[in-house]
Design a protein around this ligand. Structure first.
Ligand code: SF4
Ligand code: SF4
Length: 383
């Protein structure tokens, strides 16, 4: 595993912003029609070849709905042929047929991720704003299980479903999914801050996830809630859990350690813009004119984001800033400053700043050492 200064752990490509769902929180403000300025098939092939120069990061095909592109299967094939561990996050629409899921498997996709935002049709479809999405999600998961294609479920926690996470987790368990990826809202695109939880409620969800992770037959990870790692680290210390504890949280947390927007993570938009995250739409270049590898390694934006000592407010003083660092996307969305402290964290760092001095004195831990084997990990859907 290379240092995050050299290569991302995760590359997300938004193939298109077209999608036939209309979710209330959509980062991409997706609409039904494709943008004529999307990267072409040839440009997509070149992008994948460039990603391979990083080594073997996890390659996530997302959208919009990747199935809105007729060339999605040749692109998937190319990605797998190049040796990239490839995952896809299709939308649960009539395009997600059994034939399409067969196609993913035939191309060699390692995992398919679908979204589930409520435990029943009324809550899920209300959020996705298209009737039948819940039923299609269930069908897709059933079929993937039948043919042996590993699946992941993504859930965005908002005010509308925070009281129903236990019910959703039961469906995750029943589905046979390998990973439950729990997204915390970033107020960008169609998402608004009023849908978001309070910082205190984040902690309550962390507690629920942590306890669940001790017995769940699936892994759990969070997206845009980097402070879940702080929560887990403190719980483990309080519980004096042994290093070889078999439960999921330490494993998944270890694999995620230090990953943040622009740090182990890079997002390519449908038109080729290079962002630290899909939730942080600040461009450091465009793959049509710039080298993705060079931008990731050397652009001031990415380099600044990778150094936790640059963080402002309490995140900059926090002893967990290298493990966590707060959501740079949320800070940007709510304050306009991607280095600001995460407004949804309750933690108060040590008042004397000793955490900061102590961490600076220590040699930096390899951020993602021993992370994978990847296929267990996190194809995530940055939507
Ligand atoms: S969040 Fe995803 S599934 Fe929903 S409209 Fe946006 S792209 Fe489509
Ligand atoms: S203060 Fe910032 S770095 Fe510390 S735990 Fe909270 S979000 Fe993470």
């Amino acid at each position: 595993m290379k240092s995050f200064d050299e290569a991302p752990f995760l590359v997300i490509w938004e193939l298109t912003q077209a999608c036939d769902l209309a979710c209330v929180h959509c980062r991409a403000c997706a609409i039904a029609d494709r943008n004529p300025f999307e990267l072409s098939t040839e440009e997509g092939f070149r992008l994948l070849e460039t990603v391979r120069e990083f080594g073997d990061p996890l390659m996530v095909f997302t959208g919009g709905d990747p199935l809105k592109r007729p060339d999605v299967f040749p692109l998937l094939e190319k990605s797998v042929q190049l040796g990239l561990r490839t995952t896809i996050t299709p939308s649960a629409t009539p395009l997600l047929t059994e034939a399409a899921i067969d196609g993913f498997q035939r191309c060699g996709v390692a995992r398919m991720a679908v979204s589930l935002d409520g435990p029943d049709a009324a809550s899920h479809d209300g959020f996705r704003r298209v009737e039948g999405s819940f039923a299609r999600t269930a069908l897709a998961l059933n079929y993937a299980r039948r043919i042996g294609l590993p699946a992941q479920i993504n859930t965005t926690v908002t005010r509308h479903n925070v009281g129903r996470l236990a019910e959703i987790s039961s469906l995750v368990r029943d589905s046979g999914a390998r990973l439950w990826s729990v997204f915390f809202l970033v107020a960008t695109g169609r998402a608004s801050a009023s849908q978001d939880l309070t910082a205190e409620e984040y902690e309550e969800v962390f507690a629920f996830l942590y306890e669940l992770s001790k017995t769940a037959p699936f892994d759990i990870k969070t997206t845009e809630a980097q402070h879940y790692r702080r929560y887990v680290a403190r719980q483990r210390k309080a519980e004096r859990r042994p290093a070889d504890a078999r439960h999921a949280p330490p494993d998944v947390i270890q694999r995620q350690a230090g990953i943040n927007d622009g740090k182990g993570f890079v997002f390519i938009s449908h038109t080729g813009e290079i962002y630290p995250s899909g939730f942080l739409p600040v461009s450091a270049g465009n793959v049509r004119r710039d080298s993705l590898v060079r931008v990731y390694r050397h652009s001031p934006l990415f380099r600044t984001l990778r150094n936790a000592d640059n963080l402002h407010g309490k995140c900059g003083e926090c002893e967990y800033r290298n493990l966590c660092g707060g959501s740079r996307s949320r800070s940007f969305a709510l304050t306009g400053d991607y280095l600001a402290e995460d407004p949804r964290c309750v933690y108060i760092p040590k008042a004397d700043g000793s955490g900061k001095r102590a961490e600076r004195a220590a040699p930096p831990a390899p951020p993602a050492a021993g992370l994978e084997p990847l296929v267990q990990v996190l194809p995530e859907s940055p939507r």
